[in-house]
Design a protein around this ligand. Sequence first.
Ligand SMILES: Cc1cc2nc3c(=O)[nH]c(=O)nc-3n(C[C@H](O)[C@H](O)[C@H](O)COP(=O)(O)OP(=O)(O)OC[C@H]3O[C@@H](n4cnc5c(N)ncnc54)[C@H](O)[C@@H]3O)c2cc1C
Length: 310
Amino acid sequence: MTTSTPLPSPANASDRDPWRSHPARIVRIADEIPGVRTYDVAFEEPAVRDAFRFAPGQFNMLHLPGIGEAAISISSDRRSPATLSHTVRAVGNVTTAMSRLVEGESILVRGPFGTPWPLDGVADAAGGVPGVVEPRASEIVFVAGGLGLASQRSAILELAHDRGRFRRVVVLHGAKTPGGLLYAREYDAWRAAGIEVELVVNDPGSSDPGGSRGWQGSIGTILTLLERLPLDAARATILCCGPDAMMAAVGKLAVARGVAAARVFLSLERNMACAVGHCGLCQFGPEFVCKDGPVFPYERIARYLAVPRL
Ligand SMILES: Cc1cc2nc3c(=O)[nH]c(=O)nc-3n(C[C@H](O)[C@H](O)[C@H](O)COP(=O)(O)OP(=O)(O)OC[C@H]3O[C@@H](n4cnc5c(N)ncnc54)[C@H](O)[C@@H]3O)c2cc1C
């Protein structure tokens, strides 16, 4: 399915004050998987709401006054910028406090920050961005472990609307159990739009809420899916998000399958505070995840991924 809807331009960081948070009301909360909810928020100031632009893969800093800030990917379709979705796992101070909020309450949001998935640059340019082959000929393969799919949902929704942009779009998603597969209610719509969706779990027989003895999908890890995916390596671009060890293994396997390291992109997660490259908390080798990433070409960070606990 294709559409001629024009894409909003990505954010221009120089247009705004990156330190300034803006109030945003929670208009909807959806339970996803255990411990994970999606919060749809709308900026309360109309001027901020109208001006806000982001590109898939970028993140916001969600601020709960008196508690702190957390970096959270924007997981909604940028064609509907009036409401922004953030899918959050309650793990620490901010995210647990967030899990106690209800619809109608407000949080503070600043952003967007970070590098996007390399889709924009290839939308209309034959040359594209470095590392991505001519768009209509290319195969885009999303590889997501667990909550990593949240950082990719915005890009997937965009390509579901504009499927003709690439020759092939594939989503490989893995979780420990069937109940941990994120956005399960959306897979049928993604498939109907022409996106291939392949799922894998480590343990199909779990007794968690989504667990099922009737699991029909694959059993193993995300590497199981990537190993057997028919791939035109010369035309494939791999976009991966998940735990570091998984991403390192995906990078290696993709390269072993013939995909150029420059066309493998990984989105890193690190604790961060300022989000603009000043505090150094998210430093990863010579890179700052907040401003040089979170999306990096594998060839640039492979050597640092090999260093434990960096
Ligand atoms: C670019 C980027 C995008 C991100 N996108 C998302 C997103 O879309 N959704 C989301 O939920 N998170 C996302 N994160 C991660 C999120 O920013 C962190 O989990 C953040 O630290 C949570 O803030 P907090 O104050 O709740 O936790 P803190 O109080 O800072 O505590 C974090 C502590 O929790 C523990 N912890 C962290 N992660 C886990 C885990 N998975 N399981 C168990 N314990 C853990 C660790 O001990 C860590 O020190 C993203 C991070 C980055 C850098």
